[in-house]
Every structure is written in structure tokens, then in C-alpha cells.
Design a protein around this ligand. Structure first.
Ligand code: UD1
Length: 377
């Protein structure tokens, strides 16, 4: 066995990746004794380089998360930007390959299910570099979602599949992935949430927005299936405009959604008395605070389904399926559609203010378990 530290290349590319790499980076620094003088022997150290693919690039979609999550700025930004799926994936691959050649890592660590996750996995696998996938095994069983392709490709190539929940491990076994590659480690998003709760509650987000605890609906929508077709987006706009006449609605608008609203020339009827507050995308801390205190969350984001479950805030997910079934079976999440939105919202607003339970291993210690698993691997 060599005396050298194990070298990791950690990949992040899009907004939901940053809160997944942050706890890992902090756990690696604790393990390596960066904040004490007690360093493990060289062959037990895990060094890392953080690579940002640049899939997301706006200050509000990227930089703000590095500051709020207290993670170092990336060692390298590949600056790929937007494009079609093929163009974006290919550009990431072209720019990541020389990085792997130069760095020769022992592991490439990828998180989640975005195009950056799949692209970097493909590059590493072809170069014979081991891949660890954090948040492996999630399946919506809906191949129309681009993320489902990313999940299937990534998991079929990865060497270490770090799952957030038992259903995810079970999905992998069913696909024939050997048990030896699968480790149930828990939900790393919740590590970030637990760490940043106090900081989030110090921000005074509700006061700044003039909201009352449990007195508003927090909305985020950006999935292509909801916003890329005019009909669907138009109906969403109508429903939200109607809802906002009765309940304050806070809606930070994702760039994809903003672009589609402009392209389809759609606007909210945001007249007098309307409680609709449309705004730029929010940072991590404000979003946590809004989720925690909302009367109800309406979303199509994976992360918000999980954060709502942790806070036990009733959540309606505007999708026909979810790759995170524990948020429904154990947590506070319910699926809805545009045609059922009005009665489902009504029920949620009349129902209990807190719902469901916290799933197992959503305990803030997932990153520690991942570090131990990498040391053993
Ligand atoms: C991506 C992920 C999705 C994730 C979402 C979170 C894939 C296939 N999709 O979707 O799983 O839920 O991120 O946000 O990887 N744009 C900007 N500024 C930015 C980033 C994007 O203006 O910083 C605009 C661009 O016009 C771009 C559009 O948003 O065309 C969509 O960005 P893209 O990265 O292609 O996909 P997302 O919809 O953000």
C-alpha cells in the first residue's frame, strides 16, 4: 500500500450541488486536521480539489452559495455555461478530461443528478478513475426527466454508490449493482441544513419580506415539464395569480422560468391586493428560513421536498412522481398536478401546520460516514 494521501476531485456544477459538497469538504477538513494540529498519517489523509463545471454561473445561482455555505472557492472553474443537453454535457467532458489527466486523482466524487454529474462520471470511468456518487440510487422511473438519464448513467458507471435511503439502495440492487458497491450513508443535504439553521434564523428573512410565521406559501418551479411548455406555464401562472388573492405567495423565479415567461409573453395578474411577491432566486439561508416558516411549500425541486420534510412543513410537489419517495411515505410531501392544485392547496392550508416525521439517517452526520467509507474503500 502507498504512503500517499488519497486524492479526490470533487465536482460541483449546478445550484443543488453546492449544499451537497459543502458538508463533505468540511468533514474532509476535520478529518485531515486542518483546524487542529493533529493530522492523520499520510496514508489516512484525504486531499481534495474542488472543480466547478460552471453549469450554473449567475451570482445568485452559484457564488452566493459558496459564501453562505462557507466553502472555499473552487480550485478550478471550467466555465461551460448553458447549452443544449448534448452541448453542455460534451463541453463539460472536453474540459474535465485534461483536469483528470493533470491531477490523476484516486477518486472523482460527484453529487446529485445534474448534467455535470453524468458528464464527469463518463470521463472518469473511461480513464479508469474510480467514481463515488453521493445521492446514488434515486429513481423517478420517469425517463422524460433529464435527471433520470443522468442518474441511471452515473450509477451504472460509479464504483461506490452512496445512498441517502434504503429505497435507493434497493433500486440499485434491482438494477443488478453488486451489494459491495452500495453504502447507505444518509442524506447529505440535511448535514448542510442542520449546520446552517442558526445562521438562517438570524437573517430576519420574514420581517424583511413582511411575512408572518405560517402565513404564506413558498413557491419554486423550474422543471422543464412544468415551465418549458406554454400551456402548462400559463395554467401555473393563472393558478398562482388566483391563490395570491387569498394567501401571500413568495416566488423566487429560477432563470429557466424567467426566460420562459418572457418567451411565452406570460405575466402574473399582480394587481392591487395581490399577495404575490416575485423575486430573483434566493440564497441558501433565506430559502431555508422561508421553507421552515411557510404554511405550505409548492415546488418541483428535489431539495425543497427534502428540506420541507425535515421541517415537517406541508409540501406540494407539482410533479406526477418523485425520486424521493420517503418524503411522501414518511415526510410532509404530497404530489399534485396543475388540475388538482386548487383543492390540494386548500386541503394543505386547512390541514395541520406540521406533518410527517424525519426519515432515518437524516441526522447531519452523513458526510462523516462518507469520509469513513472512502477511507475503507
Ligand atoms: C439544472 C439541472 C436540474 C436542477 C437545476 C437546479 C440538469 C439537466 N438540470 O436545471 O436538475 O434541478 O439545475 O437549478 O442538469 N441560467 C442562467 N443562469 C445560471 C444558470 C442557468 O441564467 O446561472 C439559465 C440559462 O438560460 C439556461 C437555463 O437557465 O439555459 C437552464 O439552465 P441549465 O443548467 O441548463 O438547467 P436548469 O434548468 O438550471
Amino acid at each position: 500500500m502507498s504512503d500517499n494521501p488519497t486524492k479526490l476531485l470533487i465536482v460541483a456544477g449546478a445550484r443543488p450541488n453546492f449544499m451537497k459538497v459543502a458538508p463533505l469538504i468540511h468533514a474532509l477538513e476535520r478529518h485531515n486536521g486542518a483546524r487542529t494540529s493533529q493530522r492523520p498519517p499520510l496514508d489516512r489523509q484525504l486531499t481534495y480539489r474542488l472543480i466547478h463545471t460552471g453549469q450554473h454561473f449567475d451570482e445568485k445561482m452559484s457564488d452566493i452559495f459558496f459564501r453562505e455555505l462557507d466553502i472555499p472557492f473552487p480550485d478550478l472553474n471550467l466555465e461551460v455555461g448553458s447549452g443544449s443537453h448534448a452541448a453542455q454535457t460534451a463541453n463539460i467532458m472536453l474540459r474535465f478530461e485534461p483536469v483528470c489527466e493533470r491531477e490523476r486523482p484516486d477518486w472523482v466524487v460527484v453529487v446529485g443528478d445534474v448534467n455535470s454529474t453524468m458528464a464527469c462520471t463518463l470521463v472518469a470511468a473511461k480513464m479508469g478513475i474510480r467514481v463515488a456518487h453521493i445521492e446514488a440510487g434515486l429513481r423517478s422511473f420517469d425517463r422524460t426527466m433529464p435527471e433520470e438519464t443522468n442518474r441511471i448513467v452515473t450509477d451504472s458507471l460509479a464504483d461506490l454508490l452512496l445512498t441517502p435511503s434504503e429505497d435507493a439502495s434497493e433500486n440499485l440492487r434491482r438494477e443488478g449493482i453488486p451489494d459491495g458497491k452500495i453504502r447507505l450513508v444518509g442524506n447529505i443535504m440535511i448535514d448542510s441544513l442542520v449546520t446552517h439553521l442558526d445562521k438562517a434564523s438570524e437573517r430576519g428573512t420574514l420581517e424583511k419580506l413582511g411575512l408572518k410565521d405560517k402565513g404564506y406559501i413558498y413557491v419554486t418551479l423550474h422543471r422543464p415539464s412544468n415551465v418549458d411548455a406554454k400551456d402548462s406555464l400559463q395554467r401555473i401562472v393563472q393558478e398562482l395569480s388566483a391563490t395570491a388573492r387569498r394567501w401571500p405567495v413568495v416566488f423566487p423565479v429560477h432563470p429557466r422560468t424567467r426566460n420562459r415567461l418572457a418567451e411565452f409573453d406570460l405575466s402574473f395578474t399582480n394587481g392591487n391586493g395581490s399577495g404575490l411577491n416575485l423575486m430573483e432566486p434566493l440564497g441558501y439561508l433565506d430559502s431555508l428560513e422561508l421553507t421552515r416558516h411557510a404554511r405550505c411549500v409548492l415546488t418541483d425541486s428535489g431539495g425543497l421536498q427534502e428540506e420541507s420534510t425535515y421541517f415537517r412543513t406541508p409540501c406540494l410537489t407539482l410533479r406526477p412522481n418523485t425520486e424521493r419517495p420517503v418524503t411522501v411515505t414518511i415526510g410532509s410531501n404530497r404530489l399534485t398536478s396543475v388540475s388538482r392544485l386548487r383543492p390540494d392547496l386548500e386541503n394543505a392550508l386547512q390541514g395541520p401546520e406540521r406533518l410527517g416525521q424525519t426519515p432515518p439517517l437524516w441526522d447531519g452526520r452523513t458526510a462523516e460516514r462518507i469520509v469513513q467509507t472512502l477511507l475503507e474503500a
